[in-house]
Design a protein around this ligand. Structure first.
Ligand code: NAP
Length: 227
């Protein structure tokens, strides 16, 4: 697979019926991408499509599918499911994401102690994804610090996105999608660095609790902000 030559038109969001997936779908549909909402249940995906079109308008290209159909159809595959089902989802979807860029949004939260960083044996959720999917898929991690509360609207976001992944071309494609979502993204290096980004989410949830807010975020300083 040569990420440099991939043109992204269709974005498949597995578990796109949920909070984070729907928010990303909203932003990318607005940016002009075709969105395929994936679900275990096609009818549930169609309900999410109906909801999104109700907010955005019928002219936007959003369709519903089962997760395998969505993964197969997407030029890039994004996964937004709870970490408890991360492994089983990846194992079942492996044949459908071969040769693709796979953006993992998962945070390995282990309830009830979600404010404590608890990484899986692979090192991080993103590394677990790469282990399961193998070298034929390029895993990139992103958006783990962006609360869904920020996404389903057009407001400017104060939280930046750190993108980690095993190849620079794949990270560049993910950064393009970060920008399309109206966010500021940074190339945060190899997939091994995802442990820091995923771990930060537990810190942010802890701060949310301390300060009674819902969407603490992070921002890179000391570098001119991209326009
Ligand atoms: N929520 C946030 O603000 C936020 C922020 C950053 C990162 N994240 C990460 O993004 C991921 C999704 O978070 P979320 O809040 O969007 O989750 P969610 O709304 O609870 O669930 C997302 C979707 O996952 C699917 N799902 C649930 N149980 C499943 C199972 N047993 N097997 C297969 N699919 C299942 C469901 O889709 P179907 O029922 O349609 O199959 C559901 O709509 C998590 O890993 C989370 O850590 C979330």
């Amino acid at each position: 697979m040569d990420a440099e030559n991939i043109v992204i038109k269709k974005i498949a969001i597995l578990g796109g019926t949920g909070k984070e997936g729907k928010g990303l779908a909203y932003r990318w549909a607005k940016a002009g991408y075709q969105i395929i909402i994936g679900s275990r249940n096609k009818e549930k995906a169609d309900v999410a499509v109906f909801e999104l079109k109700g907010i955005l308008g019928n002219q936007f290209e959003i369709t519903g599918a089962t997760n395998p159909e969505a993964a197969q159809a997407g030029d890039v595959v994004v996964m937004t499911v709870p970490f408890g089902v991360h492994k089983e989802m990846l194992e079942s979807l492996k044949p459908y994401v071969a040769g693709k860029i796979f953006i993992d949004v998962s945070v390995p939260l282990v309830p009830p102690k979600v404010t404590k960083v608890q990484m899986p044996a692979a090192g991080s959720a993103a590394q677990e994804a790469q282990q399961i999917l193998g070298e034929n898929a390029q895993v990139v991690s992103a958006f783990q610090n962006i609360s869904y509360e920020h996404l389903l609207n057009d407001k400017e976001l104060e939280c930046d996105v750190l993108v980690c992944g095993s190849g620079k071309p794949a990270r560049m494609i993910a950064l393009e999608l970060v920008k399309a979502a109206g966010l500021v993204g940074w190339d945060a290096g190899p997939l091994e660095n995802s442990v820091v980004v995923e771990g930060l989410t537990s810190v942010l949830i802890g701060l949310n609790k301390q300060f009674g807010v819902q969407a603490a975020g992070i921002r890179i300083t000391g570098i001119p902000r991209p326009k």
